[in-house]
Design a protein around this ligand. Structure first.
Ligand code: F6R
Length: 608
């Protein structure tokens, strides 16, 4: 959702080229228009893709510095005039912005009265005019920018540039992420590290209420009240190659295929198998407090929410701790009973999802200990939670979350061992889970090796307009996850359902044109799932079963079967979801759709 990239350097590089390449690596965030500005050549903006922008850029477009943006429309349609960068009346102050300026209407009216002329419907433009207004008194760009930022309410990640001081770019953050890249003789500003990584691995994350100034030779950070901030740089070890497709046609397939490695990375150094223990360094600082915890509330959105639902089953069964899972967007409107013995656990790939972040902040305000399972190092959720665990899944570029989901489930299994062993889980049980976790990458590889047959199946069902996904217990959330994956990238109706709920409504939809994905591994729910499959077959509904390798019975009942190796029941979602991810991928690909960037969706949802 909206992406910012800014560059200033003295290495003789063409800033335009650097910025356009940077925008390409931000494309995964989802956007509907793009734009670029350099003080030497001015601005070019366009609705549509970065490729369109590139075409529009005239020969001879040059610059040693500049700002660029991908916009996802909030105020005003995705048109050229509303695309960023926006400028003041004189075309001297330029701004790119992620977020929403809540008091833009009042500010705009005030500025119009003072003679400013606006050319867009965007809330962002007000910022450029506000800086222009302050420049009349302040003379210094930095001071004028600071004065303007102190007048706006709302959320922002911003990069500002002034034509008369082309080397310097000002960044600011309030609720929308900003990271600085520190190169040698060149500096960067971006909304996430991906466009910076090809140039430097040394980054500094801004906190809310902070402003930074970059020039080719350095950077400074200060607060909105001008007090200086000293912050060490972080080294990000994601290679630039890791953000590329690695030979696959789409990022989504690449990311699904990375599953075994991702699970290994999430587990690395965190299991003491012989003692049946999970060693989670990120929880050490609060380990004593966790012993006294009486309740866990998981807050998350979308796919991360479904991971939380699986975690609920794991933690309740193995750690004996009451768990509730709440949508981030609902949590703070509830009056849930929270005290210092409550953990609010946020799960988020991006670490920037506004609803999850606000739910965590609400939990903290009400006295809970906040924890995170987060993939993006240095993200807001990672920084604001009291403690937590990184997924170590690497960058996830495709909008549909796949490998991050596997790592979230793996991390939840580790949490379960950690909480469980604090609460009387036996060493033998701990050992059993640890061993089963260790075996997962190899088992997952076996599923990935069958991807051609899943592709054939997706082709066979590619004309279907509706799907039902059913599962029970640990695999009930996987039914929802399978359905969201299919609908978000193929725009086909898919409905998740606890198999026991089918008879309370959804079964009415079943007929010969309405296939069902039935997640029916040989576990404690097997017999009940078989009954549900019978019910569907009795109504002529086609059934694709996700079943345990060697289960010949189910093949007699279902129309098609995708086999998955056996594992512990609590870990089975980690395997069962993968054929569903691959099915969704091949189904959307068969339809010729833009798998990695589905319409209307953004990778990182930083607005509520
Ligand atoms: C679905 C998907 C979304 C995200 C949700 C939360 O494939 O990607 O449902 O899971 O927007 O995002 P994070 O995990 O970044 O908080």
């Amino acid at each position: 959702m909206c992406g910012i990239f800014a560059y200033t350097g003295k290495k003789g590089k063409d800033a335009g080229g650097v910025l356009l390449d940077g925008l390409l690596s931000l494309e995964y965030r989802g956007y509907d228009s793009a734009g670029i500005y350099t003080p030497e050549s001015g601005s070019v903006r366009t609705p549509g893709a970065v490729a369109e922008l590139r075409k529009k850029i005239p020969k001879g477009f040059k610059g040693k510095s500049g700002i660029a943006h991908l916009r996802w429309a909030t105020h005003g349609e995705p048109t050229e005039k509303n695309a960023h960068p926006h400028s003041d009346c004189e075309g001297e102050v330029w701004v790119v912005h992620n977020g929403i300026i809540e008091n833009f209407k009042e500010l705009k009216e005030k500025l119009i009265k003072k003679g400013h002329t606006f050319t867009s419907d965007s809330d962002t433009e007000v910022l450029a005019h506000l800086v222009e207004e302050h420049l009349k008194k302040e003379k210094s760009f930095e001071k004028a920018a600071l004065a303007a930022l102190n007048e706006v309410n709302g959320t922002y990640g911003i990069a500002l540039q002034y034509k008369k001081e082309p080397d310097r770019i000002i960044a600011a953050r309030m609720g929308s992420p900003i990271v600085l890249g520190l190169g040698d003789g060149e500096h960067f500003i971006a909304s996430d590290p991906s466009p910076i990584l090809p140039h430097t691995k040394k980054v500094v994350f801004l906190e809310d209420g902070e402003v930074a100034v970059i020039s080719p030779d350095g950077h400074r950070i200060f607060k909105l009240d001008s007090t200086k901030v000293k912050r060490d740089a972080t080294n990000i070890d994601w290679s630039a190659e890791a953000t590329q497709k690695g030979g696959h046609e789409h990022f989504m397939l690449k990311e699904i295929m990375e599953g075994p490695e991702v699970i290994e990375n999430t587990l690395r150094g965190r299991l003491i198998i012989e003692k049946g223990l999970a060693k989670l360094g990120g929880l050490e600082s609060v380990a004593k407090q966790l012993e006294k915890i009486e309740r866990v509330i998981v807050v998350a959105c979308g796919t991360a929410y479904y991971a939380g639902l699986v975690g609920e089953y794991m933690l309740e069964e193995y750690a004996g701790i009451p768990v509730e899972v709440e949508l981030g967007s609902e949590f703070r409107y509830r009056k849930s009973v929270i005290n210092e013995k409550t953990v609010v656990l946020g799960i988020s790939q991006s670490g920037e999802t506004a609803d999850t972040l606000e739910a965590l902040r609400e939990g903290k305000r009400r006295g809970a200990l906040t924890l995170g399972i987060v993939n993006t190092v240095g993200s807001t959720i990672a920084r604001e939670t009291d403690a937590g665990v990184y997924n170590h899944a690497g960058p996830e570029i495709s909008v549909a979350s796949t490998k991050a989901f596997l790592s979230q489930l793996t991390a939840l299994a580790l949490f379960t061992m950690f909480f469980g062993r604090q609460r009387g889980m036996s060493e033998a049980t701990g050992r059993e889970i640890a061993k089963a976790l260790k075996e997962l990458p190899e088992k997952l590889q076996q599923i990935l090796d069958t991807k051609e047959s899943i592709q054939k199946l997706a082709k066979k069902y590619s004309k279907a307009r509706d799907f039902l996904y059913i599962g029970r217990k640990y695999n009930y959330p996987i039914a929802y996850e399978g359905a969201i994956k299919l609908k978000e990238i193929s725009y086909v109706h898919a409905e998740g359902c606890g198999a026991g709920e089918m008879k309370h409504g959804p079964i009415a939809m079943i007929d010969e044109n309405f296939p069902t994905m039935a997640i029916a591994p040989k576990d404690s729910m097997y017999e009940k799932m078989v009954s549900n499959i019978h019910e569907i077959k009795a109504r002529k509904g086609p059934v694709i079963a996700i079943a345990t390798k060697g289960d010949k019975e189910i093949a007699k009942l279902a129309d098609d079967v995708l086999y998955v190796p056996e594992t512990l029941e609590m870990l089975s979602p980690i395997l069962n979801v993968v054929p569903l991810q691959l099915f969704a991928y091949y189904f959307a690909k068969e339809k010729g759709l833009n798998v990695d960037r589905p319409r209307n969706l953004a990778k990182s949802v930083t607005v509520e």
